[in-house]
Design a protein around this ligand. Structure first.
Ligand SMILES: Nc1ncnc2c1ncn2[C@@H]1O[C@H](COP(=O)(O)OP(=O)(O)OP(=O)(O)O)[C@@H](O)[C@H]1O
Length: 249
C-alpha cells in the first residue's frame, strides 16, 4: 500500500503558547511537498509535532498515517512505523560511529539483529550512497556527525535516510549550509528517496534545491497557518518579492 501522511486541523502549542493553528496537509508515497515560510512561521514546530516530541503539545486536530490516527503515538512507535526526520541542526553522537548507526537502522528495517554485520548488498549500497552524498569512507568510521562540518552533517543526515528507506521523510532545511555541489547532491538524493516511494516533506528557504526535487506542492506558512499553496511558481514569486510583499499580495 502506498504511504499517506495527513494532518487535520492540527493545533500545536509549545510551553503553553500556540504556534500552529489549524494545519491541513497531505503527502503521499513518491511525492515531495515543500514547506516554506518566513523565520518563525512554524515549520520546525510542525516536524517536531509530527515526530511526537513531548514538548510540542497537540491541542486540537490529528495526525494520520495511512488513515490510522497516530496523534498520541510515542516517537518510538512513529519511528517504527517508518517516519524519520533529518534535523535542521543535526545532533552529534560521538559515542556511535556513523557506520554502526546506519547498520543498526538497516538491520532493524530488515528485521535482523541490530548488531549483525550488514549483508554484502547493503555494504555495496552504502559505499555508493556515501559517494552520492559527497562524503568519504572516513566519515563512516567517525562518531555520527561528530566534528562534521555543517554541510557534512547535512549530507550525513540524508545518507542515513537513503539507507534507512523510511516511509515518510521529514527534512528540515536539508540545504542550509551546503555548497553548490552539496545542494545538488542532497537534492538528487531526496529525489531518489521519493522515486523509491518515500513520502517527503521538506522545508527550505532557497529555490535551488526545489529544482532538483520537483515538489508536487509548495505550502507557504505564515504565523502558524498555511497562507497559500501552489506549485513552483510560488517559489519564483517569493524569490522576486520577498516574504513580506508576497504574503501581503
Ligand atoms: N517555548 C516557546 N515559547 C514561545 N514561543 C516559542 C517557543 N518555542 C518556539 N517558539 C516560537 O515558535 C515560532 C515557530 O518556530 P519554528 O522553529 O517552528 O519556526 P520555523 O518556521 O522553523 O523558523 P526558521 O525558518 O527560522 O527555522 C517562533 O516564533 C518561535 O520563537
Amino acid at each position: 500500500m502506498s504511504t499517506k501522511l495527513e494532518t487535520r486541523d492540527l493545533h500545536v502549542s509549545v510551553d503553553g503558547k500556540e504556534i500552529l493553528s489549524g494545519i491541513d496537509l497531505s503527502v503521499g508515497g513518491g511525492e515531495v511537498v515543500a514547506l516554506m515560510g518566513p523565520n518563525g512561521s512554524g515549520k520546525t514546530t510542525l516536524f517536531m509535532a509530527l515526530m511526537g516530541h513531548p514538548r510540542y503539545s497537540i491541542t486540537r486536530g490529528s495526525i494520520l498515517l495511512n488513515g490510522i490516527d497516530i496523534t498520541k503515538a510515542p516517537p518510538e512507535e512513529r519511528s517504527i512505523l517508518g517516519i524519520m526526520m533529518a534535523f535542521q541542526n543535526p545532533v552529534p553522537v560521538p559515542e556511535v560511529r556513523l557506520t554502526t548507526l546506519i547498520t543498526a537502522m538497516v538491520n532493524k528495517r530488515m528485521n535482523r539483529k541490530i548488531t549483525d554485520s550488514p549483508p554484502p548488498q547493503v555494504v555495496a549500497e552504502l559505499v555508493k550512497s556515501v559517494g552520492d552524498v559527497g562524503l568519504t569512507q572516513s566519515h563512516l568510521s567517525r562518531g555520527a556527525n561528530h566534528g562534521f562540518s555543517g554541510g557534512e552533517a547535512k549530507r550525513s543526515e540524508v545518507l542515513q535516510l537513503l539507507m534507512a528507506k523510511p516511509k515518510v521523510a521529514l527534512l528540515d532545511e536539508p540545504d542550509s549550509g551546503l555548497d553548490v555541489d552539496g545542494v545538488a547532491a542532497v537534492g538528487k538524493a531526496v529525489s531518489k528517496l521519493a522515486e523509491r516511494g518515500t513520502a517527503v516533506l521538506l522545508t527550505t528557504h532557497q529555490a535551488r534545491i526545489l529544482h532538483y526535487v520537483s515538489p508536487k506542492r509548495v505550502l507557504v506558512l505564515k504565523g502558524g497557518k498555511i497562507a497559500t499553496q501552489g506549485g513552483l511558481e510560488l517559489v519564483e514569486e517569493i524569490e522576486k518579492m520577498g516574504y513580506e510583499a508576497f504574503l501581503r499580495r
